[in-house]
Design a protein around this ligand. Structure first.
Ligand code: NAD
Length: 298
């Protein structure tokens, strides 16, 4: 194996320790203890485990977490009502509605009900729009985590060609915006299901970001020698050697890509841990703004 493996777990732990220090500092200076409300409708097992992990991380960082659970059939109006009451709660600085919502909900309307100042996922049109025009905003956690991983691993982005595979609102699109911003200064190509020859684009990439949600999307022969490969994908693939019958895999053929790349992120243990770390960063940022607005008497 030639590539240096980017240890997302270690980098996320570093960030979480920085957030915990920031939380202590903010609380002692202003009396404001950052608070994150996590809203879960229904009991989808994957969502329950994500929500539990987020709440645990909050507690470890010294933040307050508010665990709001609604039955799957609570309905759109009840969910909107909860979001509105959290918008008005001064102890809550960040609000996260766990997606996907059960069938019958209008997720976009729920996202749009979140106050932009508490939108620590960065999914509201206000924050997405601000990201697009280069204004200060909450950056969606997974793309934010990818940028932080690249920076902390020492992967240069300026003047390099980045190929982003995927154009979703939560990963691909914000990543393309972040990489092309002046501070990152990469030249960006966005590939998606309408791209006729994915391999042709990936072969020209100095940085490959795979967020397709399909194992085997990036094979070793597509990777330019020395490229950095960031694998955002999280897929369950059958594995008879495991008792549970499956394992997690990314979108890239890890072993083959690692032979060619200079840097690579593993799955699990790469981008995944960064998502929660960035959620904590965004919540601390929201609480700092709240404290500053209070000090200004706003
Ligand atoms: P999505 O399904 O909304 O979007 C996938 C995108 O990939 C689409 O834009 C589609 O056009 C593109 N795509 C799919 N197959 C392709 C192909 N063969 N060639 C080119 N483009 C293709 O998914 P998403 O929400 O953006 O998530 C992407 C992946 O990242 C999933 O595996 C998801 O589980 C994972 N994810 C991980 C984290 C994390 O914290 N690690 C967070 C969010 C998403």
């Amino acid at each position: 194996m030639k590539a240096k493996i980017i240890d997302g777990k270690a980098i996320a732990a570093e960030l979480r320790a920085e957030v915990a220090a920031g939380v202590r500092e903010l609380e002692s200076a202003t009396g404001v203890k950052p608070g994150l409300a996590v809203v879960l409708a229904g009991c989808d097992p994957a969502s329950v485990s994500y929500v539990t992990a987020k709440e645990k991380a909050c507690a470890e960082a010294g933040m307050r977490s508010f665990d709001i659970r609604l039955p799957a059939d609570a309905g759109q109006d009840a969910l909107l009502e909860r979001v509105r009451s959290l918008n008005a709660d001064p102890e809550v600085h960040g609000i996260l509605v766990q997606l996907p919502l059960p069938p019958g909900y209008d997720a976009q309307a729920v996202i749009e009900a979140i106050s932009p100042e508490k939108d620590v996922d960065g999914f509201t049109p206000e924050n997405m729009g601000r990201l697009a025009i280069g204004r200060d905003c909450f950056i969606p956690c997974t793309p934010h985590g990818v940028m932080e991983l690249l920076a902390r691993a020492g992967v240069e982005t300026a003047g390099r060609h980045a190929v982003v595979i995927g154009r979703s609102n939560i990963v691909g699109k914000p990543l393309a915006l972040l990489l092309s911003r002046k501070d990152a200064n990469a030249t960006v190509t966005v590939c998606h299901t309408g791209t006729p020859d994915l391999a042709e684009h990936v072969r020209r990439a100095d940085i490959v970001i795979a967020a397709a949600g399909r194992p085997g999307t990036v094979t070793g022969d597509m990777v330019k020698p020395g490229a950095a490969v960031v694998d955002v994908g999280v897929n369950r693939v059958p594995d008879a050697t495991r008792e549970r019958g499956w394992r997690l895999a990314g979108d890239c053929d890890f072993a083959a890509c690692a032979e060619k790349a200079s840097f690579i992120t593993p799955v699990p243990g790469g981008v995944g841990p960064m998502t929660i770390a960035m959620l904590l960063c965004n919540t601390l940022q929201a609480a700092r703004r709240f404290a500053a607005a209070g000090a200004r008497g706003a």
